[in-house]
Ligand binder design. Sequence first.
Ligand SMILES: CC(C)(COP(=O)(O)OP(=O)(O)OC[C@H]1O[C@@H](n2cnc3c(N)ncnc32)[C@H](O)[C@@H]1OP(=O)(O)O)[C@@H](O)C(=O)NCCC(=O)NCCS
Length: 199
Amino acid sequence: MVTRTLNETDVYEITRIHLISFSTFFLTRLGESFLKFFYKSFLKHRDSIGFGIFDNTGLMVGFSVATARSSGFNKSLIIQNLNSFFFIGLKLLVTKPGSLLRLILNLSKKNDPRDDGDYAELYSIAVDPGKQGLGIGKILLAITEKAALDRGCKKMALTTDFYNNSDVVSFYKSLGYVVFYEFIAFPDRKMYKLVKTLI
Ligand SMILES: CC(C)(COP(=O)(O)OP(=O)(O)OC[C@H]1O[C@@H](n2cnc3c(N)ncnc32)[C@H](O)[C@@H]1OP(=O)(O)O)[C@@H](O)C(=O)NCCC(=O)NCCS
């Protein structure tokens, strides 16, 4: 196995793993080309932290993407890719207007009043379903946290589903995450915000 920093050329493999690991997630329903655009924009951002683990044939078996600075990240991502977001927004307006509304409301959602956004944030972590339970997710999370710590971050946070998600919540709790708060994502999806102190 090889572990390395992700770059823009990895978006095809990231998208492949995303599609099989998050088949029912909202972002997945926006389509493969949206996912490629999203991850490419993400990895180009100066605050992104991305790692992949690859098998001996070079095939990705898992990835994680995070930002070292949660506060203002979504806004900054959109501003840096304004033209592309504008055209994707226009396309969604015609093809999936409900999804466009959901995307805008969730991207612009204000945090809980207790949440100042002063932490690194894990946006996505996934391991190929055939390779789960072998310690790959644990390695990905550990190197992501170390990279965040090296950039001066004191905490790492993430959002995950409240319902039908006990395996994933157990994974995070076993690695030191605690519940920060619960909230409802638009339109009616109960979520946990989990957090871990890195130092
Ligand atoms: C969540 C995910 C990334 C975990 O990766 P993984 O490689 O399967 O997990 P690991 O094998 O590294 O497990 C690490 C630790 O988590 C704990 N853990 C993992 N699965 C668990 C489960 N079902 N119940 C309890 N604890 C669990 C174990 O304690 C394990 O520690 P150990 O090695 O000391 O036993 C992976 O299962 C996945 O891709 N799931 C689908 C995508 C997803 O939902 N991502 C999270 C979005 S918020």
